[in-house]
Design a protein around this ligand. Sequence first.
Ligand code: ATP
Length: 201
Amino acid sequence: MSFVVGLTGGIGSGKTTAATRFAALGAGVVDTDAISHQLTQPGGAAISMIRQAFSENFLTPEGGLNRKEMRELVFRDSNSRRKLEAILHPLIRTEAARCVGLLSTPYTIIVVPLLLETGSYRGMIRRVLVVDCSECAQIARATTRPGMDEKTVRTIMATQLSREERLAQADEVVVNDADLLHLERQVDAVHWKYIALAASC
Ligand code: ATP
């Protein structure tokens, strides 16, 4: 398996933006959010299990996951959240490992929002890269998404590690508290570090 880096960060911190820059520099990128979306589309591999565990009410008329209904449920009921995670996380991990195996890039970035919360990618990754920014910036960025008001974002943040807990486990940190150029400069520097590390192992 290639040299794999786990990229994580809180909601709205800039994970996707950083990953896009890594991809532009030639890194392989596997995005577990995108995999999760594929698995929960109509006909996706998770749909029958979700139907069985949660009923038809959490599916759209087309047969995909009703994200709004499910989000409301899992953020008011932690048992439901755990039940959904028990369905999705193993499927996502298996598909992510398959995607990593298909890549022949010098190294691979795997984007996992709950990388440190679940710990389940530990065996796959060599480094932990944290995208960090202030809570204010997280809220300002995440609330630009449809259906994401400040209350919802804060509820999601409460299910994630604090900045301090996340930073304590980081091998590398990219601070996304200014403009995009500031982020890209840091990503570029970390990219060359990973190129060197990957070449030496
Ligand atoms: P989520 O956890 O919701 O998936 P994320 O961590 O992947 O989010 P992004 O999608 O990369 O975060 O960024 C959130 C929003 O903030 C996006 O609209 C993005 O364009 C914007 N953004 C990210 N970084 C910056 C920045 N440095 N300056 C301005 N806008 C930014």
